[in-house]
Design a protein around this ligand. Structure first.
Ligand code: FES
Length: 534
C-alpha cells in the first residue's frame, strides 16, 4: 500500500510528521494524530468548521483525501481547544431536597433493592457487590457529568465531568444517527467512546473517594434517547427517519461488564426509561426531580435546552411531551466563533456607555461565544436596532465585532455574522414553535402557564430578559420562571438513591402523551413565525 508523509503545522510553530496510507481522510488522520478538529457535522461537509490549509489553499479536512505528501496548517480556529475544561452544570435547584430525602431512605440495601425488581435478583442475577457505591451519570450529547455516592452516606459525594468524545462524529445526535445508518460498525465505535469516557470518570471518582472501580455496584445513566441507546449498544437508526420512533422505550438492566463498564463484575448498569421519540431519559429525570409537574392540574411547563429542545406540558393531571430540533447552535456549533462554556467563553453581552461590552467565563481573555452570550448578543443588537426583528442587519454589515483583535484571546476579532444570527433564529424558533404548538394542541394560552421550568446545561446561565427579548421564552411574568440546572443528573441521582423513584417514574410515564410536532399540519407556518426575533 502506498504511504505518504503528512506534516501538521500549528499556529504556534510546532509541527509533527506522520506516515499514513494513501487515500486516508485528512480529518481522520488528524484525529489519529491527536488533533481535535471541530468536526461539528461529523464529516458531512456541511458545517465548514474543519477548515485547514494545504498548499496555501483552504480545504475542508473531511472532504480531503491524502494522495501525496502534504504540509497541513491547522488553524487554531479549526481546533477544539480548551473543551476539556467545559463548565458542566452539576447542581440542580432540587438537588439538596432529593439528597436529603435519599438519606432518610433507611437501610442502603432497601434503597438499592427498591430501584427495580430486576435488581432484587428476581431474574436470578446477583447484582450487588459487598460494598455499596453507585454512580449517577448524565450522558449529554455535548458533555458528561457523573457523581459517585457512598450509599451509607459516610463519604462525601464526588463529581467529575468531561466533554463527550462522540463529538468527533458530529455535534448533534442526528449526525451520530446518520453515522450509524451509513455504517453499522459505527454503533460499536460510538459505544466504546462513551463507555471509555465513563470508565475514565469512574477511575477519577473512585480514586477521589479512595475505593476501586470494582466497588461500584450500580450505575444509573440519564440522557436523551440516542445517547442512552448508544451507551447500551442499541441501534438508534429508527430515530433517523420519520416517524422518529425510539428503538426502545425502556432499557433492561445490564451487567455493566457486558457493555464494557469498569465496575464490580456483578455491578448493574441502568438507564431511565424514555417518554417517546427523542424525548428521552433526561426529561423523565427532569420530571422526576420536579414533583410539581407529576400530577399538575394547572398548566406547568418544562423546557430542557440542549442540542434538542425537549418540552413537557403538565396539565389536568397528564403530561404532554415533544421534542424540537433546536440543533447545536446553543452549544456553539455552526456559529463562526461559537464555543462551549469553557473559560474565556463570552457568556454576557451588554451595552455600557453606548458601547457593546462582553464578559467571559472566569474573566479570561475572550476565545469565543457560548450559548448564553449568543442570546445576549442578539438581544442587544435587536435592542440597539442593529438587526431587525426579521434577523437582517439594518445596514449593510456582514458582521458585528464583539471583541477587537487586540483584546481577543484567539488572535482575531470575535464577530457575530449574519449567518450566526440565522442559526440562532433557527434554534430559538424551533424551541418557541414547539412551545406554541404543544400549548395550542392542548388549548392552553401562554399566560395560563403557572410555572415555567427551564433545565439543561446552559439553561441556568441564560439571561431571562434576553431570552424573552429574542422570543425564545414566552412573554409570561418573570416570577413564573424557575431555572433548574442539571435535572438530568439530579434525576439519575434520585433514581440511584430514592426508594420510590422507580414507581414514581412508571406512574407518570403511564399518564404521558407524546406529540410528533413535525406531523402537525400547522408546523411549518408556526415554525416560520417563531423565527421572528422578539
Ligand atoms: S465540514 Fe468538515 S466536519 Fe463539517
Amino acid at each position: 500500500m502506498n504511504q505518504h508523509h503528512i506534516t501538521f503545522h500549528r499556529e504556534n510553530g510546532r509541527q509533527q510528521t506522520f506516515t499514513v496510507p494513501a487515500g486516508a481522510r485528512l480529518d481522520e488522520v488528524a484525529a489519529q494524530a491527536g488533533f481535535d478538529l471541530r468536526t461539528h457535522c461529523g464529516g458531512a461537509g456541511t458545517c465548514g468548521k474543519c477548515q485547514v490549509i494545504v498548499n496555501r489553499q483552504k480545504v475542508l479536512a473531511c472532504r480531503t483525501t491524502v494522495e501525496s505528501d502534504l504540509d497541513v496548517l491547522l488553524p487554531d480556529a479549526s481546533l477544539r481547544m480548551g473543551e476539556e475544561h467545559v463548565v458542566v452544570q452539576l447542581n440542580c435547584c432540587h438537588s439538596h431536597e432529593s439528597y436529603r430525602h435519599s438519606r432518610e431512605g433507611g437501610n442502603p440495601d432497601d434503597r438499592l433493592a427498591s430501584l427495580d425488581p430486576r435488581l432484587r435478583g428476581d431474574d436470578g442475577i446477583h447484582h450487588y457487590g459487598i460494598r455499596h457505591y453507585g454512580i449517577a451519570a448524565d450522558i449529554g450529547t455535548t458533555t458528561l457529568a457523573a457523581e459517585l455516592h457512598d450509599f451509607t452516606g459516610t463519604l462525601p459525594v464526588q463529581t467529575a465531568s468531561r466533554a463527550n468524545p462522540q463529538r468527533k462524529f458530529g455535534d448533534d445526535v442526528i449526525s451520530r444517527i446518520q453515522k450509524v445508518m451509513d455504517d453499522p460498525a459505527m454503533l460499536t465505535a460510538m459505544q466504546q467512546l462513551i463507555v471509555g469516557a465513563l470508565n475514565d470518570m469512574i477511575a477519577e471518582l473512585t480514586e477521589k473517594m479512595g475505593i476501586t472501580p470494582q466497588d461500584i455496584s450500580v450505575m444509573v445513566a440519564s440522557g436523551n434517547a440516542v445517547m442512552q441507546s448508544l451507551l447500551f449498544g442499541i441501534d438508534p437508526s429508527s430515530l433517523g427517519t420519520s416517524p422518529f420512533h425510539a428503538p426502545v422505550e425502556t432499557f433492561p438492566a445490564r451487567l455493566g461488564s457486558e457493555i464494557g463498564l469498569t465496575m464490580s463484575p456483578e455491578g448493574t448498569a441502568l438507564a431511565l426509561p424514555i417518554f417517546g421519540g427523542f424525548v428521552g431519559g433526561d426529561i423523565v429525570a427532569g420530571v422526576l426531580t420536579l414533583p410539581q409537574l407529576q400530577s399538575s392540574v394547572v398548566p406547568r411547563f418544562l423546557l430542557d435546552i440542549g442540542t434538542n429542545g425537549e418540552i413537557v406540558l403538565a396539565h389536568r393531571g397528564e403530561l404532554y411531551t415533544a421534542a424540537t430540533a433546536a440543533g447545536p447552535a446553543f452549544e456553539g456549533a455552526k456559529i463562526e466563533h461559537g464555543t462551549l462554556a469553557i473559560p474565556g467563553a463570552i457568556d454576557r453581552v451588554e451595552v455600557v456607555s453606548g458601547k457593546i461590552t462582553v464578559s467571559t467565563i472566569g474573566n479570561k481573555p475572550p476565545v469565543g461565544i457560548c450559548g448564553s452570550g449568543l442570546i445576549d448578543a442578539v438581544a442587544v443588537l435587536l435592542k440597539q436596532q442593529i438587526i431587525q426583528p426579521g434577523g437582517r442587519f439594518t445596514k449593510k454589515e456582514s458582521h458585528v465585532e464583539l471583541v477587537p483583535k487586540t483584546e481577543s484571546g484567539i488572535g482575531n476579532a470575535i464577530v457575530l455574522t449574519q449567518r450566526d444570527i440565522r442559526e440562532l433564529q433557527l434554534a430559538a424558533g424551533a424551541i418557541r414553535a414547539g412551545i406554541t404548538l404543544l400549548l395550542q394542541e392542548n388549548s392552553v394560552l401562554p399566560e395560563e402557564i403557572e410555572t415555567f421550568y427551564v433545565s439543561g446545561g446552559f439553561g441556568q446561565s441564560i439571561r431571562l430578559s434576553s431570552a424573552r427579548q429574542i422570543g425564545l421564552l414566552p412573554p409570561i411574568p418573570t416570577d413564573r420562571f424557575v431555572f433548574c440546572g442539571n435535572t438530568s443528573l439530579a434525576g439519575a441521582r434520585a433514581m440511584l438513591l430514592n426508594p420510590d423513584s422507580n414507581e414514581t417514574v412508571r406512574r407518570f410515564i403511564a399518564q404521558s402523551h407524546h406529540c410528533e410536532l413535525a406531523s402537525l399540519p400547522q408546523f411549518q407556518q408556526v415554525f416560520a413565525e417563531s423565527m421572528r426575533l422578539g
